[in-house]
Design a protein around this ligand. Structure first.
Ligand code: ADE
Length: 229
């Protein structure tokens, strides 16, 4: 087994790279990939840069070039659900693209022919996460995560995404990873810690809590690597 661990921003993967042994750095396709081991488990770590296009590229390279057969995503998200507060963890049971719109042709938001509105993540990896959370006494929310190429800092937009997709959190990469992994038959898992509430304070909260929330997510992902291997 070779596990890909992906984030979007340096803050999301640095706490993970810092814990690796036998580190080998490879520059490829305008990005840096860190191969190494975590407690003897082979991993490849990278941050994609923000957004769906970069995330698609990085997930594909982790699988096709580096031969990863499982992908774990770690990062931060904006909360939609009132139950989610800054620092809380959410795992995606499904991922959708809130900015995908060919409704002019009578299709629902988030849908294109031969695709699906909501792509489910791997059930076994979600079960591993629940066991890890139970062993650490952590609360883990499970729900739909909506992805789009927008930093949402607007209560109206956030509420629309919440009602249209039944989403509990939103971010900018998860559904891309879901499309890549489901197309290539690679089990994947998306974890996010809340950095803001996608409202008018979102950019200030994001700047303040990015690092601390990213670390909460990264620490959990490393425990998952231990639990999987
Ligand atoms: N990631 C973290 N917070 C976010 C927000 N408000 N919008 C989009 N992606 C995010």
């Amino acid at each position: 087994m070779k596990i890909a661990i992906m984030g979007a921003m340096p803050e999301e993967v640095e706490p993970i790279v810092a814990k690796l042994n036998n580190l080998k750095k490879t520059d490829y396709a305008a990005n840096t990939y860190y191969e190494g081991t975590y407690n003897d488990q082979e991993v490849v770590v990278a941050y994609s840069k923000i957004g769906k296009v970069f995330a698609t590229l990085t997930a594909t390279i982790l699988i096709e070039k580096f031969g990863c057969d499982t992908l774990l995503f770690s990062g931060v998200a904006g909360a939609i659900s009132d139950e989610l507060k800054i620092g809380d963890l959410i795992i995606a049971d499904g991922l959708c693209q809130h900015d995908l719109d060919i409704t002019a042709f009578g299709h629902p938001f988030g849908y294109v022919p031969e695709g699906e509105v909501c792509i489910p993540s791997d059930v076994e990896l979600r079960n591993v996460a629940k066991e890890v959370a139970a062993s650490k006494g952590l609360v883990l929310k499970e729900g739909i995560i909506a992805t789009g190429d927008q930093f949402v800092a607007n209560a109206e937009r956030k509420d629309w995404i919440g009602s249209e997709f039944k989403a509990d959190a939103l971010e900018m990469e998860g559904a891309s990873v879901a499309v890549v992994c489901s197309s290539l038959g690679v089990p994947f898992f998306i974890l996010r810690a809340i950095s803001d509430s996608a409202d008018m304070d979102a950019s200030f909260n994001f700047d303040e809590f990015l690092e601390s929330s990213a670390k909460i997510s990264a620490d959990f992902i490393l425990s998952m690597v231990d639990a999987i291997k």
